[in-house]
Ligand binder design. Structure first.
Ligand code: PLP
Length: 502
């Protein structure tokens, strides 16, 4: 029986050990040390193809722009480019990386709320497909910059359409209370004011609902809003747009192994377990919009229009895992682990329902308590320095033993990372029960044992820091041909001080 987290031809158990694309995770950990990120090029391609299927279901060209913010190590950008994706960047640095790896200007779109003039110069100079404009003021800056460079900038105005998503509040981006974009009325006024500018090509409109959106319905709503704005812009200014951009945010199922699912509050569980096919969601959204266009007698406005997507997480999250080693183990009395308003072990394993995960886990806990009433703490070398979302958003990454993947994972451990902060733990330090209190691994975890955190490809290394002067980890990419290639070396001492002046 495969484990629920296994994915055929990607994550599999062979000889009781975790293999990624047929390569033994433990061998990679031995060769490169831990923490170590391992990515699968085949999975990246698979995920891009999964999105591209949408083009076969709708009657317009689709432009997929991988959101580089999710993971922009150069070897990954190359794999994404080779897989036939274009790219979305969110800074001059990401723009530079995209150009450096070989994306052409026409393959690049540039988002962001606070762009600097040098960034605009670089984007306009590279003649990128679209600068996504965040405000009327920014549009004026872009026009000025383009004029100075004697160029015409392609722009797309970002709307804030008041769409609520049931994702984490920090990942919501389409509400008036969020910091992004322009109100539709402002955008319309901007089209009126700038449509004749020789230095601006007002090419599109854009929105992004948020990340890890649990419901496909939000995309139909988003596309409808884009269409209504496109129609109004045409009716009131005569500008016919050449593209609409529906953003990213397609979810990844972080609870494919749902052993601990009951430990989450309902909304959290629904968000982490979200699992719909993006191509189907886009087809459904497109059908809704074409019907609206027909009834408004405006189907011609959709002729030759290109639909843009900006997926990050759905391309890279499940293509990457993080290998970490056990660096310390200790016992602590149960009492000291009780957190505000939460009872000790079994209820903490499943605070939402009060139900134990399964009888085996319950028995382990009971026998552990009988045997001395202690928690077993396992301290790893992977903390929030490399998995920041664990603390910012209480993000869940399923944990397994890479060395004993096939063994029953029924023994509860408190997991924590190596940093000097009490908050560097794999559970919800605030005690709100947003994450399971305990992680399940085989009994008798050993010093040096290699563990794997799954679905770690997105917003992990991209957000990592050298906090506590810890080295940024290396990255291995398992290529299409099965070769495991180092695409980023581990930092060294010099990297820790390379920018310091002393
Ligand atoms: N587009 C924009 C404007 C974003 O802010 C983000 C991420 O927050 C994305 C695309 C990518 O989102 P995701 O990685 O969830 O697909």
């Amino acid at each position: 029986m495969p484990q629920p987290w296994e994915i055929e031809n990607l994550l599999e158990i062979q000889n009781n050990q975790l293999h990624i694309d047929g390569v033994a995770a433990v061998d990679l950990a031995r060769a490169h040390g831990t923490p170590l990120f391992v990515f699968s090029e085949r999975r990246i391609r698979h995920n891009i193809e999964r999105l591209k299927r949408a083009e076969t279901l709708i009657a317009c060209p689709l432009k997929i722009c991988y959101a580089a913010k999710a993971m922009s190590t150069m070897g990954i950008l190359k794999a994404v480019k080779d897989a036939g994706s274009d790219i979305e960047v969110n800074s001059g640095g990401e723009l530079w990386k995209a150009l450096e790896i070989g994306f052409l200007g026409g393959q690049i779109i540039f988002n962001g709320t606070s762009k600097e003039i040098w960034e605009l110069e670089k984007a306009i100079g590279a003649e990128i497909y679209a600068i996504q404009v965040d405000s009327t003021l920014e549009l004026a800056l872009i026009e000025d910059t383009a004029k100075r460079l004697n160029k015409r900038a392609n722009v797309s105005l970002r709307l804030v359409p008041e769409i609520e998503s049931n994702t984490h509040s920090g990942l919501q981006t389409a509400l008036l209370t969020s910091k992004f974009g322009m109100m539709p009325g402002e955008a319309l006024a901007a089209f009126r004011e700038y449509k004749a500018s020789p230095h601006l090509n007002l090419a599109g409109i854009h929105l992004h609902i948020g990340s890890q959106n649990p419901s496909a319905a939000g995309y139909a709503e988003a596309l409808q809003i884009l269409f209504h704005n496109l129609l109004q812009i045409f009716n009131e200014t005569g500008v016919k747009l050449s593209h609409i951009n529906i953003g990213g945010g397609f979810p990844v199922n972080y609870l494919r192994d749902d052993t601990l699912a009951d430990a989450f509050p309902d909304e959290q569980r629904e968000m982490f377990a979200a699992d719909f096919d993006p191509a189907d969601a886009i087809k459904n959204a497109w059908d809704v919009v074409t019907r609206s266009a027909e009834s408004a007698n405006a189907s011609a406005l959709l002729d030759n229009i290109t639909l843009l997507l900006e997926p990050g997480r759905s391309i890279i999250a499940d293509a990457g895992i993080c290998l970490t080693s056990v660096r310390n183990i200790k016992q602590r009395p149960l009492k000291s682990t009780a957190v505000r308003g939460t009872a000790a072990v079994p209820a903490a394993v499943s605070p939402a329902s009060g139900r134990q995960i399964d009888s085996a886990a319950g028995r382990s806990q009971d026998s552990q308590r009988d045997a001395g009433g202690t928690d077993t703490w396992v301290l790893t070398d992977a903390g929030f320095n490399i998995l920041l979302s664990m603390v910012t958003y209480n993000w869940y990454y399923h944990l397994i033993s890479a060395e004993r993947s096939g063994d029953e994972h029924t023994y509860p451990y408190k997991l924590a990372g190596p940093l000097c902060d009490g908050g560097d733990v794999y559970f919800d330090i605030e005690g709100h029960g947003h994450l399971p209190e305990y992680r399940l691994l085989p009994p008798s975890v050993k010093l040096g044992e290699v563990l794997a955190l799954l679905n770690c490809g997105a917003y992990s290394l991209a957000q990592a820091s050298q906090y506590n002067a810890r080295f940024l980890p290396p990255v291995v990419l398992i290529k299409q041909n099965g070769n495991a290639e180092l695409i980023r070396r581990r930092d060294n001492f010099q990297d820790l001080v390379g920018s310091d002046i002393y």
